[in-house]
Write a new protein. Structure first.
Ligand SMILES: Cc1cc2nc3c(=O)[nH]c(=O)nc-3n(C[C@H](O)[C@H](O)[C@H](O)COP(=O)(O)O)c2cc1C
Length: 279
């Protein structure tokens, strides 16, 4: 069982989420508290999952809203040890992918509807060929996955998203035998948190940076960014972890990506190879 400090009241959860300097009036109920408790888990116990875990998580995922009810996603459940090991390597060798008893790979899937559509004469299915369809499927897939993650967390499981899989889209598409018009968007590693694992609620930007009223207004962003630097710095220090300031981390994460040679920054080319016309 995870030994994370039990933070249960809404006031505590809001304080952990934003730091002591920010105050927000948040309505209290069990669902809001559950959502505010979220923290990624990156170390898993070998404990097997209940047999109905995948069906439960998929039911939660499928309950999510879907643009025009098109349901343009699929998910591949990996539980085989050797298969997960290979995918851990593709996911930048992140060990928790190996460790987690379940690794879900979420697929943007425009293929199934092309197969299922009853096409009247004179109609050509070209609505899947646009960049708009890729945006649509990414939105639907993320909504579905987040429902699954929240459901998993409510069952005492831990989860972490794995976007690093997009560094090896070609290899993963081949391995999973994806048809054209399907690509892997991200993974989620799921399992019981490792024994004794301590996890912490990672603070977020002050709401002033993220919320606007009637019109976008960037005037509060600089100050909110500086305040967040301090809050997140205190969060890392409390855990004895050396970490650059968040605004510096932004530059590291977003700087010179064109020189990285990472496949995800050639996404247009990769998706076109996988059959997406991207008009
Ligand atoms: C789409 C997506 C991809 C992510 N990919 C990774 C990843 O490859 N490796 C990792 O350790 N965390 C990954 N994360 C987790 C984030 O780092 C994490 O959500 C963020 O730092 C906030 O921490 P929290 O989830 O504990 O609140 C990803 C999150 C999202 C939403």
């Amino acid at each position: 069982m995870s030994q994370s400090k039990k933070i249960e009241t809404l006031a505590e959860l809001v304080r952990e989420r934003y730091g002591p300097d920010q105050q927000y009036d948040v309505l209290d109920n069990a669902v809001v508290r559950h959502i505010l408790k979220h923290r990624s888990v990156r170390s898993f116990a070998p404990t097997p999952l209940p047999a109905n875990t995948v069906q439960t998580l998929v039911a939660a995922a499928q309950a999510g809203s879907s643009s025009s009810n098109l349901q343009v996603w699929s998910v591949v459940a990996l539980q085989d040890v050797a298969h997960k090991k290979q995918h851990a390597i593709w996911a930048k060798d992140q060990d928790f992918v190996r460790q987690a008893p379940l690794f879900l790979i979420w697929l943007a899937d425009l293929s199934r509807n092309r197969l299922l559509a009853q096409v009247p004469e004179g109609v050509r299915i070209d609505g899947t060929d646009y960049l708009e369809s890729v945006v649509l499927t990414a939105v639907d897939t993320a909504i579905a996955a987040q429902n699954a993650v929240l459901a998993a967390e409510s069952l005492g499981l831990g989860a972490v998203y794995v976007g690093a899989i997009r560094s090896h889209i070609r290899a993963i598409a081949k391995d999973l035998r994806l048809p054209p018009y399907v690509f892997p968007l991200f993974g989620t590693a799921i399992g019981y948190p490792a024994d004794g694992l301590v996890t912490h609620i990672r603070p977020r930007l002050p709401q002033a940076a993220a919320v606007h009223h009637e019109h976008y207004d960037a005037s509060a962003q600089k100050q909110a960014g500086q305040s967040y630097d301090q809050t997140l710095d205190a969060f890392w220090k409390k855990q004895g972890i050396e970490h650059p300031l968040w605004t510096r981390h932004l530059a590291t994460r977003l700087g010179n990506v064109s020189q990285s040679g990472d496949e995800r920054y050639a996404l247009r080319e990769v998706l076109q190879e996988l059959g997406f016309p991207l008009r």
